[in-house]
Design a protein around this ligand. Structure first.
Ligand code: S3P
Length: 189
């Protein structure tokens, strides 16, 4: 940090399982704050000129995971601020990514039940990991594995099952503003 510069939370990062609402909530939040919205999946698809399903099918999941890491490194290196970042559901799985996410700003986990997730993604064909015989069982199994990682990575957890996505965005906005006031108080503003 530069001398004399007050360090406020710079960005908001949304993590959580597929279908928990990261992109919709993120867009809403970006609008409320007049921040730039970044969807890591969409960014990678544009950069690679192919869909995530194609990247998984042709180059494999590891390649996709590396592209996710590369993108986070790029954002950290550029010192980007005033972003709301909606991450792919697997982004926090790598240790390295968890550190990069925390460097970028305030990480919020949108926590949803397998039932909510299934309801939202059951007709989706664009998520390669859920193209299987029993997507509900897969969702249950993956959430059990991933929930501790999401929890460990996030500074804040928002339970989204019963909330409209705009309400989730307002809630996160409140947390963010609260963080800024606390930071100002700490720095004597
Ligand atoms: C994935 C989630 C997807 C996408 C990819 C892998 C995952 O993003 O990154 O299909 O491992 O959970 P969403 O969470 O936006 O669906």
């Amino acid at each position: 940090m530069q001398r004399g510069r007050v360090c406020f939370v710079k960005n908001i990062i949304l993590i959580g399982y597929m279908g928990c609402g990261k992109s919709t909530v993120g867009q809403c939040l970006a609008k409320m704050l007049d921040f730039t919205f970044v969807d890591t999946d969409a960014f990678i698809e544009t950069q690679q000129q192919r869909t995530i399903s194609d990247i998984f099918a042709i180059e494999g999941e590891e390649k996709f995971r590396q592209l996710e890491t590369d993108l986070l490194k790029q954002l950290v290196k550029e010192g980007r601020e005033q972003l709301v970042i909606a991450t792919g559901g697997g982004m926090p799985l790598r240790n390295e990514n968890r550190e990069l996410l925390s460097k970028l700003g305030m990480v919020v986990y949108l926590k949803a039940s397998p039932e909510t997730i299934y309801d939202r993604v059951k007709n989706d064909t664009q998520r390669p990991l859920l193209q299987c015989d029993n997507p509900f069982a897969k969702i249950q199994e993956m959430i059990v594995q991933r929930a501790p990682v999401y929890q460990e990575t996030a500074e804040h957890i928002v339970m989204v099952d019963t909330l409209a996505q705009e309400v989730v965005a307002e809630h996160i906005l409140g947390i963010f503003q609260d963080n800024i006031s606390k930071s100002r108080q700490r720095n004597g503003y």
